[in-house]
Design a protein around this ligand. Structure first.
Ligand code: HEM
Length: 540
């Protein structure tokens, strides 16, 4: 603790000391569930430290702690020295310089459970994988994602309307099923009806998981999955933990089977296959000795996992918050509908082409950006100062001295609610803030994502990170989101179901806002009481 404190002193920034090891797996697993208890029993100044040392304090504190300590402060624990910042200049420099600020070792422990991958590696190994993989998450994949997202969304809402008279509190789970199925298609060429995933039951001990089921379980319980498999499968543990253990045990074998199958299909296929796994198979089968264009077998397992891990919960929860926001503020459903109608007119909507449609829906994308501004799936981005050399950075706010090995947390939540960047209504949901020129008519030639969606100042909006390590799935997630909201808003409206006949509009709004606010950052930010989002779908 003393050594860490002395390192922190070198930064010259305000310091908070908390004498625990916040990287201990037990602390990591118990920190969030016990947080409300700590809040109740500890005096405010002690709780503040314990809270900062527990995962995801960024969501619980929002901008408050930065208003108290300034744009950067340091947390010292027995496990680490952590610098937290909302200085956009520092954020932008840290993300621009991956050599000085590589990804953290702790991220590797969590996201590298099945092998090294794009997210968990640094240096040459990362740059080789990045050059191979990122350019291939391309427009062909986007087109596939667009079509599949629309198909899944149609099936989902039709099922709610036909079978439950439109009333459901299941839409968040439905969106998760939709997202995993879209990834199944784009990532692995597995095409499933929406209902298959949405209604699947927990498996009994003797039944094997499918690949997508095993991945979903591990992704949704990623912190638990860090524990050894032997521990997780102990019969005294709850069955949900045993499921994590089983999914973790089965995952490598399931991946190998899928890859073998893909290789067989590729041998006999007449056309090149378009999904991420087929691409990785081609890359790993290249001759590594002669070329730098290869992936090792363990990198392939790691990357197949990371596509789903990075792309599933992030996109699904963003869609869930957007849906809740649109139900809470219904005038924006009309705002989207106006654009959708202007773009697709009377065309038969089943046959909409991605390339003609997606770029002309700036309002639909603005909805996504505004949702992620208020509810960023990753509440922080973690980097660390490289291990060999201290780094100095000067921004318009101040000069920073960053000793080697210090972990840096870029706080997306507080950055995205900054009054300086977003104005006095920074906490309000206003998707139109993203539209550059509101007088441009939807559907007109100037109404495109490229021409009419605002770009925020560097380092102020980082839901997908930025710089050389920006999320390679950003476009894919945007296409999925726009495809889904285009499909549902074109044909349906949805509204909160009142709990009492005399519940007023304001009370309903406050109730839905409270459900969104009651969120916790797990792997990604998500609503704790998502079943309380009871809504009624109605055909337009
Ligand atoms: C709304 C959806 C998404 C959000 C908010 C999101 C967010 C992010 C963020 C913040 C990072 C940087 C993490 C860090 O540096 O610590 C990242 C990296 C990454 N994301 Fe995404 N992501 C999304 C969707 C996807 C999808 C659909 C894929 C898969 C196709 C994907 C694959 C990746 C990969 C492989 C990386 C590591 C990149 C590297 O370090 O070079 N993401 N994502």
């Amino acid at each position: 603790l003393v050594r860490n404190y002395l390192v922190a002193r070198k930064t010259g920034l305000p310091i908070l000391v908390c004498p625990i090891n916040n990287y201990n797996p037990l602390w990591m697993a118990s920190g969030i569930p016990l947080n409300p208890l700590y809040k109740r029993i500890l005096p405010r100044h002690l709780y503040e430290r314990v809270n900062c040392a527990s995962y995801g304090f960024e969501w619980r504190e929002k901008s408050g702690i930065f208003q108290k300590y300034g744009p950067a402060f340091v947390l010292v624990t027995t496990g680490a020295v952590e610098l937290n910042t909302v200085d956009p200049g520092l954020v932008s420099e840290v993300l621009r310089r991956p050599k000085d600020f590589p990804n953290t070792d702790i991220g590797d422990v969590i996201m590298g459970v099945f092998g090294p991958n794009l997210l968990t590696t640094n240096g040459e190994r990362w740059s080789r994988q990045r050059k191979l993989i990122a350019p291939n998450i391309n427009e062909k994949i986007s087109s596939l994602v667009f079509g599949e997202s629309r198909r899944q969304a149609r099936e989902m809402v039709a099922s709610y309307v036909d079978e439950a008279q439109g009333v459901t509190n299941d839409t968040v789970r439905g969106l998760k099923a939709l997202a995993i199925n879209v990834l199944g298609t784009a990532g692995f060429g597995i095409r499933r009806p929406w209902k298959d995933d949405a209604t699947s039951q927990p498996k009994r001990q003797c039944q094997r998981f499918t690949y997508m089921e095993a991945t979903k379980i591990v992704v949704e319980n990623i912190v638990g999955a860090v524990f050894p498999t032997r521990l997780l499968t102990l019969s005294i543990l709850p069955s949900s933990w045993q499921d994590i253990g089983r999914a973790k045990t089965e995952f490598p074998q399931l991946t190998k089977e899928m890859l073998e199958n893909e290789r067989k299909v590729q041998e006999s296929a007449t056309e090149a296959r378009t999904n991420l796994m087929s691409l990785l198979v081609r890359l790993s089968d290249a001759d590594g000795a002669k070329s730098t264009q290869y992936l090792t077998e363990d990198e392939m397992l790691g990357n197949l996992f990371i596509f789903t891990a990075a792309g599933f919960d992030t996109t699904a929860n963003t869609m869930a918050y957007a849906l809740a926001l649109l139900a809470t503020y219904p005038k924006y459903q009309d705002w989207l509908y106006e654009e959708i109608k202007a773009v697709i007119g009377d065309k038969p909507t089943e046959s909409l082409e991605y390339a003609d449609t997606f770029p002309r829906l700036p309002r639909c994308l603005a909805l996504m950006l505004e949702t992620m501004r208020l509810f960023p799936p990753l509440v922080h981005i973690a980097k660390q100062v490289n291990k060999t050399q201290d780094v100095a950075v000067a921004t318009s706010l101040r000069s920073y001295f960053l000793p080697r090995r210090v972990v840096i947390y870029l706080s997306s939540v507080a950055l995205h609610r900054s009054l300086q960047t977003y104005g006095d209504d920074a906490d309000a949901f206003r998707p139109e803030r993203w539209i550059l020129d509101p007088s441009v008519e939807p559907g007109s030639a100037k109404s495109t994502i490229a021409a009419n969606v605002r770009t925020m100042p560097k380092g102020s909006f980082v839901p997908w990170s930025a710089g050389p390590r920006v999320c390679p799935g950003m476009k894919m997630a945007q296409v999925e989101f726009v495809g889904v909201f285009l499909t549902v808003c074109e044909r349906y409206t949805f509204a909160p179901v009142r709990l009492r006949d005399d519940e007023t509009d304001d009370q309903v709004k406050a109730r839905f806002e409270a459900v969104m606010e009651d969120s916790s950052p797990r792997l990604t930010l998500q609503m704790n009481r998502f079943e309380d989002l009871k809504i009624k779908w109605t055909r337009r």
